[in-house]
Design a protein around this ligand. Sequence first.
Ligand code: PLP
Length: 422
Amino acid sequence: MTRSAVPYPPAPALRASTMLLHRGRHPAAHFGMVNTPVCRGSTIVAGTLDEWESRKLPENPYASYGRFGTPTTHALEELIAQAEGGYKSVVFPSGLAACTHTMLALLKTGDHVLMPDSVYGPTRAFAENLLPRLGISASFYPPCVGAGIAQHLRPQTRVVYTESPGSGTFEVQDIPAIAAQARAVGAWVVLDNTWATPLYFKPFEHGVDISVQAATKYLVGHSDAILGLATANERSWPLLQRGAHDFGQTVGPDDVFLALRGFRTLAVRLRQHWSTGERLARMLAEHPLVDAVLHPALPDDPGHALWTRDFHGASGLFSITLKPLQRAALAAFFDALRLFGIGLSWGGFESLVVPMDMPRRLVQARPQAGHLVRIHAGLEDCEDLAADLRQALAAAQARDACAAPQSFHSSKESPCASLPCP
Ligand SMILES: *Cc1c(COP(=O)(O)O)cnc(C)c1O
């Protein structure tokens, strides 16, 4: 029943999409079952004193109690470590928990962490609210700073946190340049790699020490579980492992199974999300009601050059800003959508939109007026999604023209002249 009993082709022989199907899976250890079963359990009994003692040996440290992992969790950890190209991984009960516990594993009182101004909001809240209570200071840097990060580093800086592209506003970061500066002063580099997934950005080839995934998004892929993963290189693994272990983090096996199930089809799903997302983004860029499209795969996006250099693809998540609209017209856009749900999270099979507050930016305000709308392109037919967005934008235009002749839509040819305003 040991893993070493299962022969594997050497890792470099497998391309990413093949690896996703064959790693983290041990049929010979599970009665030939293709999928690693859902292993439930707290107590793991040994038959003899020898066996018990062997379970506690350093090379087998997590085989003595369910909280330390089960064959199900180990399968997912093995798969993500291989996919990210890291050394080892640990599973957390949410993406946010993976972000916060990674920081806690690396930081101590007196330390300083640098975070991009475009970081995921709840991660920012953790850095602003909780870290100071532990005597750890956080400050924010412009996400597009590149090698200029050197000016923000302090003697106490222990972690340079990155997230590329940024949440909601999609600034692409120059991770290799940031990592080079951080390493020169002995700071750890952490990346939230949720948007690109390990298929489209290879964190450890770009100088990252720990890569975090909100597996809730594309890895689970079906909007039915919340889960996080952190993957370390060999140097940072002891700290990450210790930190996760000491906090007693654990995840139920059903959610882990769902992540394994989702992960197997990540490569084919992502290709579709990418293609549809990019096509919708290009269509929206041409629409008169759309002020800006924030999507690094578009050639005139400020992050396009870096995205082309460092990424292997794009996911289906991007934002647009709508020109300033009356509230009723904005509501008409959202209410008219039939295929896009209005909701948080993303990475599932279904399309979503969500109105976002213009993000708070301490350091660098992205010059945007109007309404920020985040869009997740799901796996529906692209033409259906495009038609749905077009008719919703038309509904907003009609409503805006009705509501206020002075607003964006000029009053000269009011489409509501013959229409009752709802
Ligand atoms: C959603 C998200 C998280 C948090 O994941 P949860 O599983 O919802 O806790 C972290 N980082 C990014 C970039 C996210 O989009």
